[in-house]
Design a protein around this ligand. Structure first.
Ligand SMILES: Cc1cc2nc3c(=O)[nH]c(=O)nc-3n(C[C@H](O)[C@H](O)[C@H](O)COP(=O)(O)O)c2cc1C
Length: 244
């Protein structure tokens, strides 16, 4: 079976592209997954829809030849990214190659809900008359919180001042260490399993790319924080996005 994957992010370190590559490798015994190039598609333009540029012709031919399409979407401003909407506009016109072709949607984003709003919108769009793609009901995959998370367990008698100072130093990473997109740090007050095991200091960092993550690990500010809290900490857990 031949599947075409349409990834709604064109940045080179895209988590959604990694997800596409993971699915491609993991299920190669079941289907051949071709990750389509949407970077070279020009903006959809009704004036040229019957004589589109070559990248559009190639793109539509690949979709036409596929048995089904796997849509892998990030979430931008609570909906699908513009590059994906643009690709859909091309597909929806003239030869309308999506009509009747089955689709499946997955996606990942930084937010807790992992592209749930974008996927909801995409679902509606795929049912529009120019696309009319049947979707498998009830099969929803949302991958959220795509970033590095570390939890630190303080020794029992550590003062609140030491904990507050650690949080402040962690907040200072943003703006001082390059490549950090988003950072949050604080004391865990939930009943999650980590809290029950007193891994109470949480630091969550989202990086522009993997290189930024590697540089962060070595950065003097990060190393300085680790050294300063070292005597007060008795355990560290680091969680990473699982697709390499
Ligand atoms: C313009 C823009 C808008 C975004 N809006 C959202 C959003 O509404 N919800 C969300 O969870 N993440 C949002 N994000 C963060 C994306 O989830 C994050 O950048 C993700 O890594 C994009 O997917 P990619 O790694 O495949 O490029 C936004 C990012 C950008 C650049």
């Amino acid at each position: 079976m031949k599947l075409a994957a349409l990834v709604g992010s064109i940045r080179k370190d895209s988590y959604n592209l990694k997800l596409a590559r993971y699915i491609q490798n993991r299920y190669q015994h079941l289907f051949q997954l071709d990750v389509l190039n949407i970077r070279d598609l020009s903006f959809y333009d009704q004036d040229i829809e019957s004589v589109p540029p070559q990248p559009v012709i190639d793109f539509k031919a690949k979709v036409a030849a596929a048995d089904a399409v796997l849509w892998i979407t990030p979430e931008y401003n609570s909906t699908i990214p513009g590059v994906m909407a643009n690709a859909i506009d091309w597909l929806s016109r003239v030869d309308r190659v999506m009509i009747g072709k089955p689709s499946w949607i997955v996606g990942s984003s930084i937010g807790l809900l992992g592209s749930v709003k974008a996927q909801g919108h995409l679902r509606d769009i795929l049912f529009s008359s120019g696309i009319s793609s049947p979707l498998l009901p009830g099969n929803e995959v949302y991958i959220g919180l795509v970033h590095v998370r570390s939890l630190k367990k303080f020794k029992p008698d550590v003062s609140i001042e030491v904990k507050e100072s650690a949080i402040k130093r962690a907040h200072d990473f943003k703006g001082n260490i390059p490549g950090i997109v988003e950072l949050s740090a604080g004391i865990n007050v939930t009943n999650e399993i980590e809290h029950m095991h007193v891994f109470t200091l949480g630091i969550r960092v989202t990086f522009e790319n993997q290189q930024a993550c590697r540089e962060y690990i070595q950065h003097p500010l990060h190393q300085g924080l680790l050294q300063s809290i070292g005597p007060f900490v008795e355990g560290i857990v680091v969680m990473d996005y699982p697709f390499a």
